[in-house]
Design a protein around this ligand. Structure first.
Ligand code: 9MR
Length: 385
């Protein structure tokens, strides 16, 4: 054997060995037990249907939570920053911007070829303190325009979609009397969308809100979409937050959301999906939305699964996710993205809301970063008609 042929032989033995090792790995991946991650990632199962995203926290963005980062970059093809791009972090003082975490967030999305969402430009909550004390409409206009222009321009061509205005409506469909509404007037949403479109004409611009299943609130949002469109203001879609539970909203109510939003000519994104399995204090007799629930902290009836989720509820959660995703798939032509509000149960905001210190199980990955039955059932939804 010539020296050259010998080398070729060594190389081919080497690659055969590599193949043997990797083939045996992928074979064991596909022989998956119920709760194993399949070799094919979540977003691959939804190819051609809609994007699959997750909201990520600062620990994940900065790489401190390596397991979460691994799950996010393999399982999802879109990311949303759970908190890091909110006004109070980006511009805590007038004209003093801090983009340190935001830049890393965008970098993570770009490196992994993901659809990057910016959340949220204009929101009355998690706003900088100085914005609460502005007394003139001229000053308010200038600050909001500067914030939108500075932030959107910085990530022009990188952040693919912005939640431009978040939670501007009351439950009855009237506009919330936020600092923006009070100082800028009722056309402020139109104005903010125009500023965002000017700063990045190619970005998708989303109006985002919760409780969209309620007809009165939805009617307000639909009126807004129609108004913006008739004024020639760009709006690319409605974001439906989807903080739901095991029973509510019903599948019929969810379907109506999709049909109604689609009827005004924009796609739906489910932007903050999670399913609480815990009792809701609002179901207690006499409970009011505005009520402070601190008296329920530590009440074991409100926190029934502190040491693990019973199989029966795990199955109920999996079935609920499967039903919801079957419905989403039925309306795939009207839906552009589904984003989970978090990655694993331990880090979900629902452990501390609306009652602090509970143990909730709303997401697809458990407290040890392992896929739950709900993960399999979401994938299973793609295999049935
Ligand atoms: O998940 C976020 C949580 O960490 C923050 O403490 C909370 C503060 O309001 O905001 C949560 O995210 C919210 C999102 O930005 C807008 N829709 C409702 C989400 C849950 O409250």
């Amino acid at each position: 054997m010539s020296k050259k042929n010998k080398n070729i032989a060594y190389v081919s033995v080497f690659f055969s060995l590599i193949c043997l090792i990797s083939c045996s790995n992928s074979a064991s991946d596909t022989v998956s037990s119920d709760n194993e991650i399949s070799s094919d990632s979540l977003h691959n199962h939804f190819k051609g249907l809609f994007r699959m995203g997750a909201a990520i926290n600062e620990q994940t963005i900065l790489g401190f939570d390596k397991q979460s980062k691994e799950i996010v970059t393999t399982e999802f093809n879109s990311i949303t920053p759970e908190n890091s791009l909110k006004w109070m972090y980006l511009q805590p003082e007038p004209n003093q911007f801090d983009f340190s975490v935001a830049d890393k967030y965008v970098q993570l999305g770009l490196q992994n070829n993901m659809y990057i969402v910016g959340h949220a430009l204009v929101w009355h909550s998690q706003l900088a303190d100085f914005m609460q004390n502005i007394q003139s409409s001229t000053e308010m206009n200038a600050h909001v325009q500067n914030h939108v222009n500075t932030v959107v321009s910085r990530y022009k061509g990188k952040i693919n979609a912005w939640d431009v205005v978040n939670e501007a409506f009351n439950e009855d469909g009237t506009l919330r009397t936020s600092v923006f509404y009070n100082q800028m007037g009722e056309d402020y949403i139109d104005q903010v969308f125009q500023w965002a479109a000017k700063a990045d004409p190619d970005a998708d611009l989303i109006y985002n809100d919760y409780n969209v299943y309620k007809p009165s609130k939805r009617a307000g949002i639909l009126r807004l979409v129609e108004k913006l469109k008739s004024n020639g203001t760009k709006i690319s879609g409605v974001g439906v937050q989807a903080h739901w539970d095991l029973n509510s909203p019903s599948l019929q109510e969810i379907e109506q959301i999709i049909l109604d939003i689609s009827s005004v000519g924009v796609p739906v994104s489910f932007t903050e999906l999670d399913i609480s399995v815990l009792p809701s204090p609002w179901e207690l007799v006499g409970a009011e939305v505005s009520q402070n629930f601190s008296e329920l902290e530590g009440d074991p009836t409100m926190n029934p699964y502190p040491n693990g989720l019973p199989d029966a509820i795990q199955n109920q959660l999996a079935k609920r996710y499967e039903d919801i995703f079957k419905l989403f798939i039925k309306h795939k032509d009207k839906i552009s993205r589904v984003t989970f509000w978090g990655v694993m149960d331990k880090h979900s905001w629902l452990n501390d809301w609306p009652i602090k210190g509970r143990t909730n199980y709303p997401l697809l990955f458990d407290r040890n970063y392992q896929p739950k039955k709900a993960y399999q059932s979401v994938i299973h939804a793609t295999t049935t008609d």
